[in-house]
Structure formats: C-alpha cells, structure tokens
Design a protein around this ligand. Structure first.
Ligand SMILES: CC(=O)Nc1ccn([C@H]2C[C@H](O)[C@@H](CO)O2)c(=O)n1
Length: 101
C-alpha cells in the first residue's frame, strides 16, 4: 500500500472528516483515483488512518478559492499561507481528494 504523510497538526481534522483534500507538489502526488493509501504523521511516521483517493487534479496556486479552503478546514488566507510556507514559490499544485476508509 502507498503511504502519504501529513503534519501532525492536521491529524484531528483528517480523522474528523473536516479535511478532505490536500494540495501537494508533483513529486508528493504519486497517487491515483481508487488508491488506498496509508496515512502517517510527517514528524514521527506514526500511522493514524487509511484513506481512499477520490481524484487527483492539477490546480494553480493563483486559482485556489474558498471551496479549496473549506475542504482544508481553513480560510483561504490561511491555506495560501500554509502552501507558501511548505512550497515557497510553487505555482502548480495537485489537489488530492480523499475519504477515510
Ligand atoms: C512533507 C510535506 O510536504 N507534507 C505535507 C504537505 C502538505 N500538508 C498539508 C498542509 C495543508 O493542509 C495541505 C496542503 O498542502 O496539506 C501536510 O500535512 N504535509
């Protein structure tokens, strides 16, 4: 099974179903619709759930909108700040939509 990591601060939102997408650079988006993926924390690699990938869609940073933010359980400003911190200067992102399994 493939694996993806999330920063630990997002674990509760994922487990509660409040965060249903993640925006990644290309090298971190090697999953496809239908994949079942093991999820662990980035900081300590502790497993915390499995997800099924619903879709992987390219999205430009400048086209991020309130819908993306809601799916991340953030404001749009918070989302842009987080993305800019993780991927400084990166314009092309990949939206991974997922559900808990
Ligand atoms: C290693 C690495 O990049 N890990 C990441 C990348 C992104 N996220 C979260 C942060 C935001 O909520 C979305 C959008 O990038 O995904 C993450 O938890 N871990």
């Amino acid at each position: 099974m493939k694996n993806i990591t999330f920063y630990g601060r997002f674990e509760n939102d994922i487990l509660a179903g409040r965060k249903t997408i993640t925006l990644r650079e290309a090298s971190d988006a090697n999953v496809s619709a239908g994949d079942k993926v093991r999820v662990s924390r980035y900081e300590d690699d502790v497993f915390f759930c499995n997800i099924e990938v619903i879709a992987v869609t390219p999205v430009m940073f400048d086209n991020l909108n309130e819908t993306h933010a809601a799916q991340e359980n953030m404001t749009l400003e918070q989302l842009k700040d987080v993305i800019s911190e993780i991927y400084p200067g990166l314009r092309e992102l990949f939206m991974i939509e997922f559900r808990l399994i």
